[in-house]
Design a protein around this ligand. Structure first.
Ligand code: ADP
Ligand code: MG
Length: 254
């Protein structure tokens, strides 16, 4: 099978620092790949290259066979890639429902008057309801985002990233800052997304990694130190060395 996403020789230099150094890998359709590594390993930098937030110093990224290395974030979304929203990209003084409307509207062709125009649009209302129900946020639809608990806001971020009906979902530390119970909930949700959605996820919470991933890739000093199944990663002494001094939660929250 052709890979859905193919990363070829990506390097990112910040001045003299090689934050990512010649990284290559592929993700098969339907696969769940976790990217792990200690703080400063280059995970977020690599992630930002994949989402289009950052142009690499060298290398190429292909999505469905198309070279998207220099494609805009919008073009990537249109092709079927989505990244998790971040709390900073939510509209804090709007309700959950309005945030869902705006996220859905951003993925649709044509221009609407964001709040007034869409509220009357039956199809859009149904899409909002579908999105919020499927992500278990329908009960919270009239809550103002800033009044939600942190864990609920993080859940909303992930929910909204599904608004564009993506084939590839990119998540950067989806359980960061969550309680154990909230993190377990996120784990179940990502696992239950179904095989139509391919997932690449940065995570430091090993319960999340082992609960979701089929394959794990360890980044160390900007390079892939090892790749394997969860069992292989668990048994790999190099992984233990790199994360020495910690037990269940590898790395830090960086
Ligand atoms: N915009 C930037 N400018 C300069 N250095 C950066 C920038 N972003 C990240 N870095 C550096 O690149 C390295 C990798 O960072 P990052 O990708 O955030 O790692 P991770 O997400 O694995 O913790 C770190 O040494 C970090 O300080
Ligand atoms: Mg990071």
């Amino acid at each position: 099978m052709a890979p859905l996403l193919e990363v070829k020789g990506i390097s990112v230099h910040f001045g003299g620092l090689a934050a990512v150094g010649n990284v290559s890998f592929g993700i098969e359709p339907g696969e769940r790949l976790a990217l792990i590594g200690p703080n400063g390993a280059g995970k977020t930098t690599l992630f930002n290259v994949l989402t289009g937030q950052l142009k690499p110093s060298a290398g190429s990224v292909y999505f469905k066979g198309q070279d998207i290395t220099r494609a805009s974030v919008f073009a990537r979304t249109h092709l079927g890639m989505a990244r998790s929203f971040q709390i900073t990209s939510l509209f804090p003084y709007q309700t959950v429902r309005v945030n869902a409307l705006i996220a859905l509207q951003g993925t649709r062709k044509g221009r609407y008057n964001v709040v007034r125009g869409l509220m009357g649009d039956k199809q859009m209302q149904a899409a909002v309801q579908g999105l919020l129900e499927s992500t278990d946020l329908w009960e919270l639809r009239e809550e103002v985002v800033s009044s939600l608990a942190y864990g609920q806001q993080r859940k909303l971020e992930i929910a909204l990233s599904l608004a564009s009906d993506p084939e590839l979902l990119l998540l950067d530390e989806p359980s960061c800052g969550l309680t154990t119970a909230e993190s377990a909930d996120i784990t179940t949700r990502i696992r239950d997304l179904g095989s139509k959605i391919t997932v690449l996820m940065i995570a430091h919470d090993m319960d999340l990694v082992f609960g979701v991933a089929e394959r794990v890739m360890l980044l160390h000093y900007g390079q892939i130190a090892c790749v394997g199944t969860c069992d292989e990663i668990r048994a790999n002494p190099m992984v233990r060395d790199i994360y020495m001094g910690t037990r269940k939660t590898f790395g830090s929250n960086g």
